[in-house]
Design a protein around this ligand. Structure first.
Ligand SMILES: NC(=O)C1=CN([C@@H]2O[C@H](COP(=O)(O)OP(=O)(O)OC[C@H]3O[C@@H](n4cnc5c(N)ncnc54)[C@H](O)[C@@H]3O)[C@@H](O)[C@H]2O)C=CC1
Ligand SMILES: O=P(O)(O)OC[C@H]1O[C@](O)(CO)[C@@H](O)[C@@H]1O
Length: 387
């Protein structure tokens, strides 16, 4: 059995690659980072250090590595004969990996079982995004790829911080993980991946994960950044930050319970478990990593505007989420390209235009004015600071 995995970074090596390896797949990592690919190509194995309660070390071997920029022909051949293709490259990168995936699918021999494609990104229905990109390629014209691939949405959850430069390919991860996969596209042929859970209805799980784990984690990052703290564990140890994060998760809980029918007790237990994961003192994680890409995180269906908009549509003023959105607008990490772009938008557009551009909210939406006020406040703050 063979899997081609795009993105040999933190989640690629520390989670998806590990589970596929443990399931018995030979893993072909594809990445654009030449140094990383060279290291993987030269290595026989790497270690995944799981830290926290019940720490463990797992070894991943039986892998190869290809540079997806310079070894496209080889990659197409691998995809043409693979059982699974997964990605963990970031939702905005899916459009760049779609062409080679389309060519690989087109090159599959007739009669071969359909390729099982799963995008493992933090975004609602990321695989649908990838499927649309693949479907828009010339190779897919006339439905040519339809019988040759299955696309299944997934929700992936494991905190994998940035790794120390000195530790080579080894990855330090938390012990917890969850990989939930939509069963329906497989029609009975789902792969056997120990540790992955197949469900008939993914939407509640994906929203619960994004609007609890990711909303909470990113809130801790932005409130922590605002408080001048560096590490996520320090942010969570700060009483004000911890209370603000808790309040945000109270609001998303309200939405998730009423929208998806999770019981209040069940959601509370989920929240408690997640708050404990954020405080894991063995995991060296930073507010800058967790807060990365604020424009993506502030976009329309993401972890802040998504639940806040739905609450506003239900007549609730999401005060705590608005507090987190205000903190996100202040995330001005100079090393983060999206934070710089965000600052540029705030500096050059009216509050209403900037709100529409950053959040995708329509001016008539019940959340729009509240966010626009926050944008205006942030603009005034920056203007005062630079006067
Ligand atoms: N790190 C975490 O705790 C979690 C991350 N995720 C999601 O997993 C995805 C990856 O995140 P990380 O592993 O943290 O990021 P990362 O930055 O460690 O890894 C991404 C990898 O993708 C590679 N890449 C970029 N463009 C590429 C292309 N065109 N073709 C092939 N490879 C390419 C990069 O070189 C890098 O090695 C994101 O969507 C993230 O939201 C999901 C759950 C947890
Ligand atoms: O690219 P993103 O959305 O910041 O993804 C990384 C995040 O995913 C999570 O690990 C949750 O699965 C977060 O805790 C982590 O910060």
């Amino acid at each position: 059995m063979k899997a081609v995995h795009f993105g040999a970074g933190n989640i690629g090596r520390g989670f998806v690659g590990l589970l596929l390896h443990n399931a018995g797949y030979e893993v072909v990592f594809a990445d654009v980072a030449e140094g990383l690919i060279a290291q993987l190509a030269a290595a026989d194995s790497y270690a995944v250090h799981e830290v926290g309660e019940n720490p463990a070390v797992q070894t991943v071997d039986n892998f190869r590595a290809l540079n997806s920029n310079t070894q496209e022909t080889e990659l197409i051949k691998e995809i043409a004969t693979a059982d699974i293709v997964t990605t963990a490259v970031g939702p905005h990168i899916l459009k760049f990996v779609a062409p080679v995936i389309a060519r690989g699918i087109a090159a599959r021999e007739p009669g071969l079982a359909p390729l099982q494609v799963m995008a493992c990104e933090n975004a609602i229905n990321a695989t649908d995004i990838l499927a649309r990109e693949v479907g828009s390629r010339p190779e897919a014209a006339g439905g040519a790829l339809e019988d040759k691939a299955i696309f299944a949405n997934t929700a992936v959850d494991r905190i994998v911080p940035n790794q120390d430069a000195g530790q080579g390919l080894d990855v330090t991860v938390e012990t917890f993980f969850e990989w939930v996969i939509d069963r329906t596209p497989f029609a009975g042929s789902e792969p056997k991946i120990p540790g992955a859970t197949f469900v008939d209805e993914l939407a509640p799980y994906i929203e619960r994960k994004l609007f609890t784990v990711n909303t909470g984690h990113a809130s801790a990052a932005y409130f922590g950044f605002e408080a001048g703290l560096e590490k996520i564990s320090d942010a969570m140890a700060d009483q004000d930050v911890a209370e603000d994060v808790r309040a945000v998760l109270e609001e998303t809980k309200q939405l998730l319970v009423s929208k998806h029918g999770f019981s209040s007790e069940e959601q509370e237990a989920y929240v408690q478990k997640i708050l404990a994961r954020f405080t894991n003192p063995h995991l060296p994680d930073t507010v800058n990593r967790v807060g990365r890409a604020p424009l993506r995180k502030l976009s329309r269906h993401e972890r802040f505007i998504g639940p806040a908009a739905e609450l506003a549509e239900r007549g609730v003023v999401p005060e705590a989420l608005l507090g987190a959105i205000a903190a996100a607008l202040r995330f001005n990490d100079p090393a983060d390209a999206e934070a710089t772009e965000l600052a540029g938008i705030l500096a050059s557009e009216t509050a209403a235009d900037a709100t529409a551009r950053i959040t995708g909210l329509e001016p008539g939406h019940p959340l729009f004015n509240a966010v626009s006020t926050l944008v205006e406040e942030r603009q005034a703050e920056v203007a005062t600071a630079s006067a």
